[in-house]
Design a protein. Structure first.
Length: 220
């Protein structure tokens, strides 16, 4: 069977990571997040992580060649043979073109799902996000508050704020998104594979809509 690839597309704070975690478990496809891969490299002190650090902390994109090498290396692993779920990639037209070529050569089936959320909501989501140091689980101080303050519901690990979730870096990330990533909407619309989902509603409702698109089955 041909591989199946789902691209979760959308602005910073749109809910890509939150939904990808659930969808990945539901569809049994690995969750591949370029942001998470960079953060793992940074935590391990690799050359790749150190290269990405200054771009990430200033709200800019990591250069395409660096991202593409890392991503293609990751999806070439055996667990991605049946397909995978992309979160935060592609983010520029050259990244999309490189992915298109690879997926066309593999005759993969591709769906792009855009999580649409107004910018005013994104800022509040990002500055209030808290992520587990141990397992990466995503909380929010208000919208997904942990049961015990500062502790992850899943593993009781310590919650931390991402360095790029400060208000000034968030403003820069949103500007970068508008300038470099938003044009991909037109690219995928033209290809006829873009699905739009209202991401500005409770996470469970968003998940139902995603599941419906991914499985083609209406979920109640
Ligand atoms: P990355 O880690 O991908 O960050 P991002 O795209 O900015 O997206 P976020 O992770 O901030 O948001 P999300 O959509 O995952 O939202 P989440 O589910 O956490 O990239 C970081 C950096 O790495 C980039 O800036 C760049 O430098 C570099 N990079 C990565 N990929 C790259 C690439 N391809 N090319 C070049 N550079 C790249 O949700 C956010 C918050 O909202 C959470 O607190 C959550 O609890 C809450 N929330 C989620 N859903 C809901 C809901 N329905 N209602 C209420 N609250 C909600
Ligand atoms: Mg994320």
């Amino acid at each position: 069977m041909n591989a199946r690839v789902i691209i979760l597309f959308g602005a910073p704070g749109g809910g890509k990571g939150t939904q990808a975690t659930r969808l990945s478990a539901e569809l049994k496809l690995p969750h591949v997040s370029t942001g998470d891969l960079f953060r793992e490299n940074l935590a391990q002190g690799t050359a790749l992580g150190l290269r990405a650090k200054s771009f990430m902390e200033s709200g800019k994109l990591v250069p395409d060649d660096v991202v593409l090498d890392m991503l293609f290396d990751r999806v070439a692993r055996p667990d991605c043979k049946q397909g995978y779920l992309l979160d935060g990639f592609p983010r520029t037209l050259p990244q999309a073109a490189a992915l298109d070529a690879r997926l066309a050569a593999a005759k993969a089936s591709v769906q792009v799902i855009h999580l649409k959320v107004p910018e005013s909501v994104l800022v509040e989501r990002l500055v209030g996000r808290r992520t587990c140091k141990q397992c990466g689980n995503i909380h929010h101080v208000k919208f997904s508050a942990p049961k015990a303050a500062g502790r992850c519901d899943k593993c009781n690990g310590e919650l931390e704020q991402r360095r790029d979730d400060s208000p000034d870096v968030v403003t820069k990330r949103l500007a970068t998104y508008r300038a470099e990533t938003q044009p991909l909407e037109g690219h995928y619309k033209q290809a006829g594979i873009l699905h739009e989902v209202d991401g500005n509603r409770p996470a469970d409702e968003v998940f139902k809509a995603l599941k419906q698109i991914a499985t083609g089955v209406e979920v109640r």
